[in-house]
Design a protein around this ligand. Structure first.
Ligand code: DUC
Ligand code: ZN
Length: 534
């Protein structure tokens, strides 16, 4: 007898929207069957989706939760609660090695203890490597991979975290052997540092100069360098939170050569411009709410190009990069107020914690620009780019699950996998014109949707005192969320129904490569030349 049946929805997979009438049957937390006319027993919970789209639970593969360097951010309890309320059933967060630690095992234990029995959703960790000792490369990475941690994150910027090219090279060599995906934050540190110092020398330290200090070319150069290191080491990588169209050209060129180079972006880079970094006055700091790195880009055209790269397949994943800090706190965004000995207060963007919250808004913001492929995207000459609903599912759930070794449990609505299910509100599924289109300036262009959802911080479930998306409207929101077959979110009847501790730790298998392939001859090398040293 089935525990749960969901009827009358439109099931979306990464490749198609399944015919109407198909039902999902769940038993013991797994999807048992997808079929027509499933029999309900006396104890079966039956849910009517009322014609709405049904998508797999979101897999947010890039979130900073309760990290040591973020004293005012979300805890596991609040961050994962917010995740669930935004349709995510899996979160991959970070365990960060301290620079003086010669091993990465202690940090993994520390972060396990933090998540422990506090998470509302299933979770796993990527390890941020900041000290690539012999023990890390030869002992810890293999043993962590065997224990189900099959991804690392490396920084090319930030003094406490950044690695030089030699370390990036060695870690990629080790990761490749182990089936571990290397995530790379690509920005040229010295370029950013030089520009920031020169800005400061001229008194340009207000919040809007954050974006001036981190120009697109810093991302583009570092991206090309990371791709070159990945090519020579024959390692699959994912470039995190990419925001610069020119950097994406390097990714596309690498993919065209069948190199396993993956790219990620986040909703803030798709919807917001650097205008948001301007504070209300010279000595105010509200623009700090939008300080993140890479920064929000200047031009709406750049944002539209990112949407095009989502649609054309350059990007593999959309994550939130949820990196929250309280705004109104001396250790949060207001750390950017610098008080001199004489008591005068100035703003310095260089000491503002980087990052924005977004775990709860990721799926609704991306869903906002989707279309049913049977209908096609909204047609008009200057229409912004939209992505198909299957592409939405691929970017937010299926691809991150596959890339990070979770495909055996997560990321798709198919028998045998965990019954992680999102049911959206019913909408006009047969009308391509009935979408609410957001612009970076947050105005609403064509509202024909019956129920646009206005984003305000008061409706969100994180512990942060602002959202960068305040005042924007989206056309839909997860109405019900099921985690392994149990209803944990019912937007209209109780909201969050789950509990801290519902979430289970997810040991992962080897990463799957989703673009390109290993073993390509390195550009300019003779066939087999790598073997002399690799
Ligand atoms: N940039 C990062 O590199 N990490 C967290 C937040 C951010 O903006
Ligand atoms: Zn991040």
């Amino acid at each position: 007898m089935l525990d749960l049946i969901i009827r009358n929805g439109r099931i979306v997979t990464a490749s198609e929207i399944l015919p109407a009438g198909l039902e999902i049957g769940v038993k013991d937390g797994k999807i048992a069957v997808i079929g027509i006319g499933l029999d309900a027993g006396p104890d079966t919970e039956v849910v009517d989706a009322e014609g709405a789209y049904i998508t797999p639970g979101g897999v947010d593969s890039h979130a900073h939760i309760e990290q040591d360097n973020s004293p005012t951010g979300d805890t596991w309890e609040t961050g994962s609660r917010s995740a669930i309320a935004g349709g995510n059933t899996t979160v991959l967060a970070f365990a960060s090695q301290r620079r003086d630690e010669t091993s990465i095992k202690p940090c993994v234990e520390r972060y396990h203890a933090k998540a422990g029995s506090n998470s509302y959703c299933d979770y796993g960790f990527h390890v941020i490597v900041t000290n690539a000792t012999y023990a890390v490369l030869e002992e810890d990475l293999p043993s962590l991979a065997a224990d189900g941690i099959t991804s690392v994150k490396l920084y090319m910027t930030y003094l406490p975290l950044r690695l030089g090219d030699g370390d990036l090279f060695s870690i990629m060599m080790a990761a490749r052997q182990l089936g571990v995906t290397t995530m790379v934050h690509a920005e040229n540190h010295d370029m950013v540092d030089q520009i920031a110092k020169r800005l400061a020398a001229r008194g340009h330290t207000q919040t809007q100069f954050h974006a001036v200090a981190r120009p697109q070319i810093a991302e583009t150069e570092a991206t090309y360098r990371a791709i070159s290191l990945a090519e020579v080491t024959d390692a699959p990588i994912l470039l995190v939170h990419m925001s610069a169209p020119a950097a994406l050209e390097h990714v596309r060129a690498a993919q065209a050569h069948l190199l396993p180079i993956h790219a990620e972006t986040c909703p803030h880079y798709l919807y917001l411009t650097s205008q948001k970094l301007h504070s209300h006055s010279y000595d105010e700091i509200d623009g700090a709410q939008h300080i993140c790195a890479p920064p929000l880009r200047h031009d709406k055209k750049d944002l539209e190009q990112l949407w095009a790269e989502l649609a054309n397949g350059t990007y593999t994943v959309v994550s939130s990069d949820h990196a929250p800090s309280l705004y109104d706190h001396p250790n949060g965004k207001k750390r950017g107020f610098v008080v001199a000995e004489d008591g005068t207060k100035t703003v310095d963007f260089r000491v503002v914690p980087n990052g924005v919250p977004g775990i709860e808004t990721r799926l609704p913001l991306l869903f906002n620009r989707t279309y049913d492929p049977e209908v096609g995207p909204p047609a008009s000459e200057d229409a912004p780019v939209h992505i198909s609903l299957p592409r939405f599912v691929a970017l937010t759930s299926t691809n991150p699950a596959q890339l990070y070794g979770l495909a055996h449990k997560k990321g798709s609505l198919q028998p045998g996998l965990d019954a992680d299910i999102v049911i959206w509100y019913p909408e006009a599924t047969k009308s391509g014109s009935s979408s609410t289109v957001l612009t970076p300036s947050s105005s609403t262009e064509s509202v024909a949707s019956p129920s646009p959802f206005l984003i305000t911080n008061s409706m969100l479930h994180h512990c942060i005192d602002y959202t960068p998306f305040e005042g924007m409207s989206v056309r839909n929101w997860p109405r019900y969320v099921f985690l392994r077959g149990r209803r944990v979110w019912d937007r209209d009847n109780g909201g969050v129904l789950g509990q801290p501790g519902d979430g289970e730790y997810l040991p992962r298998t080897k990463s799957r490569i989703l673009t390109g392939q290993l073993g390509r001859t390195v550009t300019g090398m003779a066939y087999g030349e790598r073997k002399a040293w690799a």
